[in-house]
Design a protein. Structure first.
Length: 75
């Protein structure tokens, strides 16, 4: 279970700060988008599929970096 506080911004809206442990467990980074889904007993936070593109980009970087080794492993 994670706890946080809603902070007031200058325009009167609120900002929800997520603990580092929660960001890590959801594989989220600053700038990622979340869906907020209202449920009967609270809210559900779910990453928007945009993080998939970030993960694929990271995978491509690794594949490019280790292209030769991965090619040898594939044989």
């Amino acid at each position: 279970m994670f706890k946080t506080i809603i902070h007031t911004l200058d325009d009167g809206s609120g900002a929800l700060l997520l603990p580092r442990e929660m960001l890590d467990s959801l594989n989220l980074q600053v700038g990622d988008q979340l869906q907020i889904i209202e449920a009967e007993d609270g809210f559900i936070l779910r990453p928007v599929c945009g993080s998939f593109e970030r993960e694929m980009s990271a995978a491509r970087d690794v594949m490019d970096k280790y292209d030769v080794a991965l090619g040898k492993l594939a044989k």
